[in-house]
Design a protein around this ligand. Structure first.
Ligand code: DHB
Length: 312
């Protein structure tokens, strides 16, 4: 049976639904080019700020028993670098380019959004409302009134379709409250669920120590630790959002988790920890595994099972 992994959404066609999670393999042109040259169906840049940043002191990423912990602190080359990349990127390649924006203030976000608007490029913005690694700065996505205010200001200057990266939520009341905020913005066309589970603590028992330096060891968790939380967020936001897509991110390391995210309702899926650990070859492997699962189940396209999770 021929397996069709293609996805058409937001006016773009992707050969397959899989790409990098923002933050992994996307800070430099070389890394972005490597994702573009891989089997990934799209690519997304590192979250950018107005000015370039060094980020937090190292070590700031560590492999952990069931995934990863990081507190990078938004190291990035400044938004103009990614804007320049978007200008030279081959948009006809069939791999959509997403640009992640994470200003230190609302004003920074608005300045960057205006620059991307004025450049009139066919790239898609993912506004990050959920960086957990800036000492002293709360994640906007956990403040519903602040999220609503930010989005109201964003849509005043940015009239193109865009998306947001959300933190994980852990309570049905919070899913509903955030969905209600998001549903009031028609040009918000997609949400990415989830960012890392913020401010976990991984301990090395031999060293009796934390494993990363920033924030006394606290950092965002990724990998196996976060899969059930990611699936719950994908599932609940797909049910609660009107006419918006959900991109699944969290714990995808094989065709099995890719299948689970799509079954929970994801249109597209992103890989973070596994990509960091394995490199860009993970894309072809995961896609082959996903196609094999679909074949075994008799599915020929993603729409055959997307969002069709059974409940009891
Ligand atoms: C960083 C981490 C995040 O989870 C995020 O959304 C943005 C930036 C970081 O530490 O660089």
């Amino acid at each position: 049976m021929a397996i069709d992994l293609s996805v058409s959404w937001l006016g773009v066609n992707m050969e397959n639904p899989l790409y990098n999670a923002s933050g992994v393999m996307c800070r430099s042109r070389e890394e972005l080019d490597a994702v573009a040259a891989s089997a990934a169906g799209a690519l997304i840049t590192k979250s950018c700020t107005l000015s370039a940043r060094e980020g937090n002191p190292e070590p700031r990423y560590a492999t952990a028993p069931f995934g990863s912990i990081n507190s990078m602190g938004l190291p990035n080359a400044g938004y103009e670098y990614y804007l320049d990349y978007a200008k030279i990127y081959d948009h006809a390649s069939g791999k959509p380019l997403f640009v992640s924006i994470s200003g230190m203030t609302l004003e920074e976000n608005l300045t960057m959004l205006k620059a991307f608007r004025d450049a009139e490029l066919p790239c898609l913005v993912e506004l990050n409302l959920s960086c957990p690694n800036l000492p002293g700065k709360a994640q906007i996505g956990y403040d519903f009134a602040a999220s609503s205010h930010v989005l109201s200001e964003v849509v005043k200057v940015y009239d193109k379709p865009f998306g947001v990266k959300l933190p994980p939520y852990f309570d049905p009341v919070h899913f509903a409250e955030m969905a209600s905020v998001l549903n009031s913005f028609p040009s918000l066309k997609y949400v990415t669920c989830i960012n890392s589970v913020g401010n976990g603590l991984v301990i090395d028992i031999d060293q009796e120590s934390v494993v990363i330096k920033p924030k006394a060891g606290l950092g965002g968790l990724g990998g196996d630790y976060v899969l059930p939380t990611a699936l719950a967020n994908v599932r609940e936001f797909s049910r609660l959002l009107d006419d918006k897509h959900v991109i699944g991110c969290g714990g995808i390391k094989s065709g099995r988790e890719a299948f689970m995210h799509i079954l929970a309702g994801a249109t597209a899926i992103q890989v973070g920890t596994c990509l960091y650990e394995e490199g860009v070859d993970c894309f072809a492997r995961i896609l082959n595994e996903l196609a094999a699962i679909m074949e075994a189940k008799g599915y020929s396209k993603l729409a055959d099972f997307r969002g069709k999770l059974r409940t009891m």
